[in-house]
Write a protein of this length. Structure first.
Length: 667
């Protein structure tokens, strides 16, 4: 029986061996040198504390799941690009491992490692897997070419680098199979049929003489070798392929968040700073700069951005790319005297963002955009004092009367008429119900406050409210960039709550929930904060209230961004809906992490809308699933959804309800 295996460097001999090893060293030196240069460019950003080794195990697990096994790349509605990337990634990974194994068996390394394996059954399995890997990679590249230059989704922009990178990879793969085919064609041993792609390509050379085959093989071999090592070096000099390094690292840096997702970084020192926020790219910290370099231009963020989808002048992908262009210019010594705002990024772009974090959470490599936007908003708001008249009024109301409406503290308890509600400033209570400005002062949302209080009373919860002593939590200030006024207001709240000895807070507003839970610890406020959906769900599980099926017709649930995506509270509201529905429940196409914003976050509810209303798009989805009730769990969402129902002239057939109203109605 013929021996199974193959000679490494067959037909090309010692010359090729030495060229290969020299090229390998040269390409890796170029790669390392390129990365060193890039490292210096990343350091254009400001230093920032980052304990990478903290939660290192979690980071590695995240990386294995997300990068190696493509969990974040193969998201729902991303099957085509996800599989395309998976094929290319795994194809190349296996080919790289296979090439390494071949090198270790070569005479050059064999004395070091002392192992031989490229023969017998191992060789057959090895050959089959490598051919499969190469084929998958080719399929992936062809899928990418079809998508980029055939179907051309709106979210992709084609640059010269995209075509060069894809074609280079394709030529490397195809020449690899041609080299294999020529080698097999020389004597066509029957066991080589396991190299099934090489077996097919070998038929291209069957008519050639032995000399012809060896000549063709040698020419193709050198071509393949130069292109392959060239590709390694090209990775670091190409904008397109560098993401292999930067995106991978960003998954390790950002995938496991080292601060709560909903918190914004605080400005620590207002006394000595000469300006606030960022208007030059070197004002960002190095991790933010690194984000820019890690962006693969995949456009998923754009596809999920409510501002972009409602025709506003904001694409998170473009924002990142525009900042990246600015960073590259700055790193090459070009000083932007004019600043970023209105030269690189338009003001309207900054104010179009609802801070919904859909871009960040759905980005396969976890790139945040709002953390950059907020720095520029801070510059506008605090350094330039350049804000719209609506925001000026908002700030004035919050300064003078501590609520966005300017209605004042005397009206904050009006909603309690007829209810047994204690004041937490006068009586010792177990739970503070933080009502929030909207539920305290907006007529529609006062019904929600009543419902929450009714549920707590029914369950026998010892609770109280602050009433006239409750002030805005500060979310609209913080997320519009007025960090100074936010800190002043929020610090007052934190000190007051600490003085009262508050331990547990329940709120029906996801924005208050997020601020109290995630922002206040920066100011010394460490409370157990629950959203009313979590609290109601807990009361029901403990048997302190019963959830009765009273909700007729088709119902759907709208995830508020700061409850769902930002704080990952998805199941408690759904558990409640499951119990209170009498008819059916149907999810809208965009739910949970992909939930679509109502348009009110990031301070937008207090600003004029000059473009398409985001809530109209969301309502179209609810109409699409034939919902009669749009359930939500946020006062902003409730206002937005009611407006959308009216604007869509659906008031006769649809209604929007807060989840607590349904529960309270069935008690
Ligand atoms: S920020 Fe993320 S989602 Fe957006 S284009 Fe870049 S890599 Fe893709
Ligand atoms: S936070 Fe939301 S609105 Fe802002 S850029 Fe990202 S997806 Fe768009």
């Amino acid at each position: 029986m013929e021996p199974v295996g193959r000679e490494i460097f067959w037909n090309v001999g010692q010359t090729a061996r030495w060229i290969a090893y020299v090229l390998m060293v040269v390409s890796f030196v170029l790669l390392v040198y390129g990365l060193k240069m890039r490292y210096a460019m990343w350091r254009l950003g400001k230093p920032v504390p980052f304990a990478f080794t903290q939660r290192l195990f979690e980071r590695i697990v995240y990386y294995i799941k997300s990068a190696i096994f493509h969990k974040t790349i193969l998201r729902p509605r991303e099957a085509y690009p996800g599989m395309m990337h998976l094929f290319i990634f795994w194809g190349f990974l296996l080919l790289a491992i296979g090439t390494g194994l071949v090198a270790f068996e070569d005479d050059f390394f064999r004395p070091v490692f002392g192992i031989t394996y490229l023969h017998g059954d191992f060789y057959l399995i090895f050959s089959f897997i490598l051919d499969l890997a190469g084929l998958l990679a080719i399929v992936g590249v062809v899928m990418a070419l079809i998508r980029r230059y055939g179907t051309r989704p709106d979210r992709l922009d084609n640059q010269r680098d995209d075509m060069i990178a894809l074609m280079w990879i394709l030529v490397v793969l195809v020449t690899g199979f041609l080299v294999e085919g020529a080698r097999i064609a020389f004597d066509r041993p029957s066991y080589e049929v396991v190299s099934f792609v090489g077996w097919v390509t070998s038929s291209l050379f069957l008519g050639a003489s032995k000399e012809g085959v060896t000549t063709i093989h040698a020419v193709l071999y050198y071509l393949h070798m130069f292109l392959s090592f060239g590709l390694i070096a090209y990775v670091v000099y190409s904008g397109r392929l560098l993401h292999i390094v930067t995106s991978s690292l960003n998954m390790l840096f950002r995938g496991v968040e080292d601060a709560p997702r909903g918190a914004l970084p605080a400005i620590a020192d207002f006394e000595t700073a000469e300006e606030f926020g960022v208007n030059q790219v070197d004002g960002f910290n190095w991790r933010q700069i690194f984000d820019l370099d890690a962006c693969t231009r995949c456009g998923r963020c754009q596809d999920r951005c409510p501002a972009y989808l409602s025709q506003k002048p904001l694409s998170p992908k473009k924002l990142i790319q525009d900042l990246k262009g600015e960073w590259l210019r700055a790193a090459n010594g070009v000083k932007n005297e004019e600043g970023l705002i209105d030269n690189v990024i338009e003001e309207e772009t900054l104010w179009s963002c609802t801070a919904c974090l859909s871009c960040q959470v759905n980005c396969p490599v976890s790139i945040p955009t709002f953390d950059k936007n907020i720095e520029m908003r801070r510059y506008l708001t605090m350094t330039l004092s350049k804000v719209s008249p609506e925001l000026k009024l908002l700030y004035k109301n919050l300064q003078n009367r501590f609520d966005p409406y300017g209605m004042g503290k005397s009206q904050r308890l009006e909603w309690t008429a007829g209810l047994d509600v204690k004041k937490a400033t006068e009586e010792q209570v177990d739970v503070l119900y933080w009502v929030g400005c909207v539920a305290s002062l907006d007529d529609r949302n006062r019904k929600v406050a009543k419902s929450v209080a009714t549920i707590m009373n029914k369950a026998g919860v010892s609770f109280g409210v602050l009433g006239p002593d409750e002030k805005c939590c500060g979310d609209p200030l913080r997320r519009t960039g007025n960090e100074y006024q936010y800190q002043e207001l929020a610090q007052g709240n934190v000190d007051f709550l600490n003085e009262l000895g508050v331990k547990t807070i329940v709120t029906a507003c996801p924005h208050c929930f997020n601020t109290l839970k995630n922002d206040y610890p920066q100011l010394g406020g460490n409370f157990e904060v629950q959203h009313h959906t979590q609290f109601i769900s807990m009361l029901a599980k403990e048997g302190r209230i019963s959830l009765n099926p009273t909700l007729e017709g088709v119902a759907t649930y709208h995830d508020p961004c700061y409850l769902g995506r930002v704080n990952q509270v998805f199941d408690p509201p759904r558990d409640i809906v499951d119990k209170v529905k009498k008819g059916s429940f149907v999810e809208m196409p965009r739910n949970r992490d992909e939930g679509f914003c109502c348009g009110g976050g990031g301070g937008k509810i207090w600003m004029e809308e000059h473009h398409q209303h985001i809530c109209h798009l969301r309502m179209d989805e609810a109409i699409g699933v034939e919902a009669a009730t749009m359930i939500t769990a946020c006062p902003y969402c409730l206002i937005m959804m009611e407006d959308a129902i009216k604007d869509k002239e659906k008031s006769e057939s649809m209604k929007a309800l807060d989840i607590s109203e349904i529960v309270a109605g069935g008690l």
